[in-house]
Ligand binder design. Structure first.
Ligand code: C2E
Ligand code: CA
Ligand code: CA
Length: 636
């Protein structure tokens, strides 16, 4: 038969080895002063002490060795074992809470209430040498359990039940990994406790605990997949997980977003590698301002700080300190690098309720005309609006919020020539939204293809109705997004839509805006060429607003050049403006181009354009863009 003491000894040595290895890994990996890191480390140390007790106790078992000093050591380690082991289940509960993201100090009274069983049982153990409520060791060194021990078990059961409740209540916010790890660890520990309860001489409890904790350490306390390795702070994914938990569990916390606004210029100046180094400098600086576990690098040039347990003044001070730091240049290698920043400070969850909108602050393009470096409350309104509009766009296609309006275009003598299709959005929540606001966002969201396809189909349907032809119209103009034109297979795509709709191709005139920054003219030229060969017409939109490569632009052989409204309006305001308009028209006519001027609002403007010999006009003087039905009724 196996000797129970030898078995206990073996189990404890195994447990100790596991604990020591875990402690080693924890220290190599580096832990932070984040609550769960700290709690885990405390649990690990307590368990290590437990295993040491588990080794000393059988070795000093007085049935074999009798001497006063050995008896004293035995008693002492028994005492230490009880002191440390009693603390494990409550610690495991608070650890679970911290993993879930519950703040232990947010509601102090509740936290204290939950800790009462812990205090009571610990006190029982502490005073046991005097009271013997928990256990007695008699003169023969035999060990007897008393009612106090039952109470310790009851407390453990209480915390285990609390852990189950906690996990169940947080089921939705817990990541799969956290859930599985916590449940697995909980299961292993519980099995160990139960075996020990029913087969005490097997002594497996501590070993099972050590194994359970190992899994937890590898899975939850390992931060590798949460780290942005090159910058040494948490990454975007970690931000999402942590913020989700914080939003569920905190009534109030602050978020500070730090955006480097001259990232592109500085990257060009430094190169990518040294730019990463500059990020590292910034994150190292930030670690001196706030605990490192609250720093996230969500995208290049953006850092986010989650400030728990800080009030308005404190966060304000942090923001100002950081702002001041960025007023001085950073030393990267031999270069002095001026990093300009904008800081956005906001309160969660009051102002920002979702991870999505929080990431907005890190992602959204900043308005170019900001007059301050620390933005808060009303300054951030533009971001909230942007988030709202993006949501409206997402639901727009399914909820049929988009509608194509038409604005007529005329020959200079006033006879109807055609119409430009202009998109409108009517959202149930936000009301009417204009294309200047939603088109750029739709492009960034990658939905412009779907939206432009919708416009093209609507226009085809309108043409197929035969009404435009009956009204004497020659064309309908459709705006194309430059982003879309550059996509592979674009010409075929357009062709197939129009052919499927069975519409005369020469009735469709695509408008491409000139004001796009130097893109791939060759590719664009090919697209225009291919589609023109199919019979489509093309206009160059917004002429006079961009600084494009004129040669490249005119080699595309547009059917009509649309002079931008700003050129027309400037002509009325100043002599220079008038000269620009006059000469633009003259130059384009000499090149044999047909000219349309948009934005005609007054009779005087129309008169001027007629004198200059412009071919077509468009503007509010004739009609604003109007819905199809209204357009049909109004246009003769
Ligand atoms: P755009 O192509 O330059 O369109 C002309 C804009 O000037 C239209 O604004 C039109 O309503 C406005 N406009 C026309 N005449 C006058 C006038 O006499 N006075 C004034 N003050 N404004 C006038 P809208 O409809 O808000 O469109 C803005 C821009 O949105 C368009 O500029 C175009 O770039 C884009 N857009 C509109 N619809 C679509 C579309 O279906 N697809 C794409 N990709 N872009 C579109
Ligand atoms: Ca246009
Ligand atoms: Ca235009």
């Amino acid at each position: 038969m196996i000797d129970a003491d030898q078995l206990a000894l073996g189990m404890s040595i195994a447990g100790l080895l596991i604990c020591l290895a875990n402690l080693g890994y924890m220290h190599i990996q580096g832990y932070t002063d984040k609550t769960n890191n700290r709690l885990f480390l405390v649990m690990l140390y307590l368990l290590t002490i437990n295993t040491v007790c588990g080794i000393v106790l059988p070795l000093t078992n007085t049935e074999k060795l009798t001497s006063d000093s050995i008896a004293f050591i035995h008693n002492l380690f028994r005492y230490i074992y009880f002191l440390t082991h009693t603390a494990l289940s409550p610690l495991f509960f608070f650890y679970t809470a911290s993993i879930i993201g519950r703040s232990l100090v947010e509601n102090k009274t509740r936290a204290v209430l939950k800790a009462i069983p812990f205090f009571v049982t610990e006190i029982l153990v502490i005073i046991n040498p005097l009271t013997h409520f928990v256990y007695t060791i008699d003169d023969q060194m035999a060990f007897h359990r008393n009612w106090g021990e039952a109470l310790i078990y009851a407390a453990a059961v209480f915390y285990f039940v609390m852990i189950i409740i906690l996990i169940l209540f947080s089921w939705k916010v817990l990541t799969k990994k956290k859930k599985t790890t916590l449940i697995l660890c909980f299961f292993i520990v519980t099995v160990g406790v139960l075996i020990q309860l029913f087969i005490p001489w097997l002594r497996v409890e501590v070993l099972f605990e050590a194994i359970g904790f190992t899994g937890t350490m590898v899975s939850l306390e390992n931060e590798d997949d949460r780290m942005n390795a090159s910058v040494g702070v948490y990454n975007r994914a970690a931000f999402g997980v942590d913020l989700e938990a914080a939003l569920q569990n905190y009534k109030k916390l602050y978020m500070l977003v730090i955006r480097i606004t001259n990232l592109d210029a500085i990257t060009r100046m430094l190169g990518r590698r040294r730019m990463i180094y500059a990020h590292l400098l910034v994150s190292n600086y930030l670690k001196t301002v706030v605990p490192r576990y609250s720093i996230y690098s969500t995208n290049p040039g953006a850092f986010v700080l989650l400030l728990y347990h800080k009030n308005e003044e404190e966060t304000d001070e942090i923001a100002h300190n950081i702002d001041n730091k960025f007023r001085e240049p950073w030393i990267v290698g031999e270069s002095e690098v001026p990093l300009s920043v904008v800081l956005m400070r906001t309160e969660l969850p009051e102002k920002v309720k979702t991870v999505g909108s929080a990431l907005y602050m890190a992602d959204a393009p900043l308005p170019p005309d900001l007059d301050k470096t620390i933005l808060e409350d009303d300054d951030l309104q533009f971001l909230l609006r942007r988030a709202d509009v993006e949501r409206a766009i997402s639901r727009g296609l399914t909820e049929h919020s988009f509608e194509v309006y038409y604005q007529p275009t005329y020959y200079a003598d006033g006879t109807l020539h055609g119409a430009e299709a202009l998109l409108r959005m009517h959202d149930n929540k936000l009301g009417d939204i204009y294309p200047d606001e939603f088109i750029p966002l739709t492009e960034q969201m990658g939905l412009i293809d779907a939206v432009d396809d919708f416009v093209l189909r609507e226009v085809c349907r309108f043409i197929r109705s035969g009404i435009p032809q009956d009204k004497g119209m020659d064309v309908i103009n459709v705006n194309l997004s430059m982003m879309q034109c550059m996509k592979k297979g674009f010409a075929e795509h357009i062709n197939s839509i129009v052919e499927r709709e069975g519409v005369e191709k020469s009735f469709i005139n695509f408008e491409i805006t000139e004001s796009v920054a130097a893109t791939d003219y060759k590719l664009l030229g090919n697209v225009v060429h291919d589609l023109k060969k199919e019979g489509f017409l093309f206009s160059l939109d917004d002429y006079g607003t961009g600084f494009s490569n004129m040669n490249a632009v005119f080699s595309m052989n547009f059917d009509i050049i649309k002079i931008d409204k700003s050129i027309l309006w400037a002509a009325e305001k100043s002599e220079t403006g008038a000269i620009i308009l006059e000469n633009s028209v003259r130059m384009l006519s000499q090149m044999g181009k047909k000219i349309l001027v948009e934005g005609v609002e007054t009779e005087e403007q129309l008169e001027l354009l007629r004198k200059l010999g412009v071919d077509f006009v468009q503007g509010y003087l004739f009609s604003k863009p109007i819905p199809e039905k209204e357009f049909i009724e109004r246009i003769f």
